[in-house]
Design a protein around this ligand. Structure first.
Ligand code: ADP
Length: 393
């Protein structure tokens, strides 16, 4: 059965097609600059990467072209071969604790939640509508980034703000990257060969979050109402003293939207280093003796360590710490610095085993008090699995 995983942004459409239940990737790619000048797309097929330009006035035209490529490349014989299309949704609020079929009622709720994810939810709906128009026979499903975090207890998801705000304005922790944290949890439990585990899953990419997972269920996570909470990220500040916001708005006469841009786009590694949001550039800067790059990485690592320590206590111990996403899968030096700082807990890094990128590997020594793993994440596969399950049910 052929299933498409789709991630629609305001001007982009990422896709990956699977043969299920074999979980074999048949083709993947991305359409970019949709609705803009110079639109283009990239397709990966048989280990080859093909780049093309095309006129893409809207997401529907991108879907039409996607289907044409699937047929031209003999991935499918006709539209009828596409059994399901799973869409990634950033914000599912308190409505959704699992993936569901994209009914009209579900789409209305995703739309209602757009106020909490103004850049993402409306784009995802455009993607669903385009898929429905071009492939009407496929089962359309929605997979939420927030769903895995719906098991977080009230004392962890509430902010210490006026209590009514959580009901009247939906102000609470929803978290993000849930699909990734769930995938990593399943993989790690498979490796440990049991379900009753205490895990700390570290999704450290450009956006970054850490979760505490008890017996396969999320107990706490570092992202909040929005992704700008918890860790220091590429351009996001993560946790700060909230009163800095009104203070600097008054001082610099900033509007709410200007302040939001600074907190989300001009802070984090970029804000501190003044060089880049990309950890590779920060590492290069450190090698060249750039002090602010050094400071940025120190702060970045410190915050990760703080969250691991906090969740260690909250979980009452930990069986495994897992690193994933761009930095977590690739940065030997960030992983090393984090694990070295956890020495007090008896966590020990196998320095040689840590010299890997992008593959499943245990990187702790055999006498480490907590196992440490690198596990590459696969959010697209989770979307395909959930879609298959919904089709079969
Ligand atoms: P997102 O999905 O949040 O955009 P990713 O998970 O793709 O982010 O991570 C992207 C980040 O991963 C880059 O900004 C970069 O900082 C980091 N990264 C990627 N490759 C490497 C590498 N080889 N060494 C260090 N960091 C890397």
């Amino acid at each position: 059965m052929k299933i498409l995983s789709v991630n629609a942004g305001s001007s982009s459409l990422k896709f990956q097609m699977y043969e299920m239940p074999d979980e074999e990737v048949l083709i993947s790619g991305v359409f970019e600059r949709i609705g803009m000048e110079g639109s283009c797309y990239t397709i990966k097929l048989n280990g080859e990467k093909i780049e093309k330009t095309a006129s893409l006035p809207d997401h529907k035209s991108a879907f039409e072209l996607l289907v044409k490529e699937l047929i031209d490349n003999k991935i499918v014989d006709s539209l009828d071969d596409i059994a399901g299309i799973g869409h990634r949704i950033v914000q599912g609020g308190s409505y959704f604790d699992k993936s569901v079929i994209a009914s009209e009622d579900v789409i209305d709720k995703i739309d209602e939640l757009s106020t909490l994810a103004p850049l993402h939810n409306p784009a995802a709906i455009i993607g669903i509508r385009a898929a429905q128009a071009v492939v009407p026979g496929a089962v359309q499903t929605v997979v939420f980034d927030t769903a895995f975090h719906q098991t977080i207890p009230e004392e962890n998801y509430l902010y210490a703000l006026p209590y009514e705000w959580s009901n009247d304005y939906k102000i609470r922790r929803y978290g993000a990257h849930g699909t990734s944290h769930k995938y990593i949890t399943m993989k790690m439990n498979e490796i440990l060969d049991r379900e009753d585990t205490k895990l700390i899953t570290c999704h450290i990419g450009n956006g970054a979050s850490i979760s505490a997972v008890l017996n396969g269920k999320c107990l706490n996570t570092s992202m909040g109402l929005t992704p700008n909470a918890g860790l220091i990220m590429g351009t996001r500040c993560g946790d700060i003293d909230a009163t800095i916001v009104p203070y600097m708005m008054e001082t610099l006469k900033l509007t709410a939207s200007e302040m939001d841009t600074i907190l989300n786009k001009k802070s984090g590694l970029l804000g501190i280093s003044g060089v880049s949001s990309d950890s590779r550039d920060i590492e290069a800067g450190i090698k060249e003796g750039n002090k602010r790059c050094e400071l940025a990485q120190k702060m970045y690592v410190r915050r990760i360590v703080d969250y691991i320590a906090k969740y260690y206590v909250e979980l009452g111990g930990c069986d495994a710490i897992v690193f994933t996403a761009g930095v977590g899968e690739n940065s030997v030096s960030v992983r090393r610095q984090v694990i070295e700082a956890l020495d007090v807990l008896g966590v020990k890094l196998d320095v040689e085993k840590n010299e890997i990128r992008g593959k499943v590997q245990k990187i702790s020594t055999n006498d480490s008090s907590i196992k440490v793993y690198v596990i590459p994440t696969d959010e697209e596969l989770m979307i395909a699995r959930d879609t298959l399950e919904l089709i079969n049910s």
